[in-house]
Ligand binder design. Sequence first.
Ligand SMILES: [Fe+2]
Length: 248
Amino acid sequence: MKRAIVSDIHANLEALEAVLRDIETQGVDQIYCLGDIIGYGPNPLECIDRVMDFQLTILGNHDQGAVYDPEGFSSGAERAIFWTRQQLENGGKDEANLRRLNFLCELQRTHREDGRLFVHGSARSPLNEYVFPEDIYNTRKIEKIFGYIERVCFQGHTHVPGVFTDDGRFFSPKDLSGRYVLGQGKTMINVGSVGQPRDLDPRSCYVILDDEVIFFRRVEYPLDETIEKIYAVPELDNFLGDRLREGR
Ligand SMILES: [Fe+2]
């Protein structure tokens, strides 16, 4: 079984389409998404439509914020969420939008299979907790989170890809030359972000899971097109476009 795991698309259609084209070349059986389909980017509806075809999608905090009341977001993120909600509610009884809203409302917070856990944020707090590379220096936090993990946890949310091992180390995809073999110890895998990478590499990031082997893939996409679209929407802060160029 070969599976692609994507996360944090954030309504970036150009990035998502480039990643889907790359996935097509990889002989993948299934696609899983770890949440944040929407928020920040200019094409929420189109991105939801594509993700609805995936085999599994987990609820992200921005997906939840767009459907319910957003809490704990920066003002720029919150404005983007309200704009996203408007797109989802345009026309009110529009059937396609009702289908999209129902899809978002029914997303699950976690998924477990074969000792593997799939969440948006962390095993301890699936929707909201960030696990950043520098958290390895917060031994208590990392130990607690590993306490909730049977063997492997796949997560997103920080937009920073890499591997956390239960001896308190973090490896970036570069450290690993893009490939990691799951061992006996517990592991957290951050699959990175399709639509808003923040590890100073502007290319889209996702993961292929082939049995016990993980491949981090980077994909270029026409980010100038996305940036132009963000600039054209007054409710989307220009910074949301600018950051795509630097991957931060
Ligand atoms: Fe996100």
